[in-house]
Ligand binder design. Sequence first.
Ligand SMILES: C[S@@+](CC[C@H](N)C(=O)[O-])C[C@H]1O[C@@H](n2cnc3c(N)ncnc32)[C@H](O)[C@@H]1O
Length: 232
Amino acid sequence: MKTSFLLLAWLSCGLLLPSAVGAQTKPLTMEEMHKLHQDSKAYIAMLEDPARDAYQKPHDVIMALGLKDGERIADIGAGAGYFTLRFAQHVGHGIVYGVDISPDMILHLNQRVRDAGLDNVRTILAPPDDPLLGDRAVDRFFICETWHHIENHARYLALMKKMLRPGGQVVIIDFPDKATPVGPPMEMRLSRESVIHEFEQSGFTLAKEHTFLPYQYFLVFTVAGSPRQTSR
Ligand SMILES: C[S@@+](CC[C@H](N)C(=O)[O-])C[C@H]1O[C@@H](n2cnc3c(N)ncnc32)[C@H](O)[C@@H]1O
């Protein structure tokens, strides 16, 4: 019973829990996965499973970002709020925008934000190709395990460029196109190199790369030629 729940949770999110590895011998089809994407309860349970912390290392990720008081950060594909709520503890009077295309995720996120009494989080139910933010609205876009879900990368990159403040960053954390004990189906994955290439094609520069995550690349881009941000 437990095993089938974990399998369902993985399928619904495109991720695989370490504890379910033994039960999963081959990836299911994309069709089956898309079908199970409809189960938001299982999706949320998986995203918020404390076991995820072992490889997602949220504290280390946040330390590496060096969030600043007053910063405005957009968490694209915020999901259940795994990073959104943590970011809220680090930006003080800034704002965390939790952006997602799923009404169920946004409802869940709204509830969590209310329960936590946070006044620096805004949630946005967005279409798949636009985070609905204003020009120069944010210091940073943070996109964890979501870039491979976004279809129109060129449009999204162009919009993010307009929405970033001078010196702003786009942070991508995602699974490589190599076998890892956790992660989405191989068909959905984007190689580190292809992500860097498309960002460079759209006028971004790889400014930094962190290598402490065991299964994911962690890339930090800035707009080419944009001044370094000194204060937020
Ligand atoms: C694998 S989950 C990752 C959630 C969160 N970033 C985390 O690390 O816990 C992917 C999320 O991206 C959302 N999503 C998918 N396509 C999206 C898009 N085009 N724009 C914004 N969110 C999207 C999904 O609804 C889902 O909540």
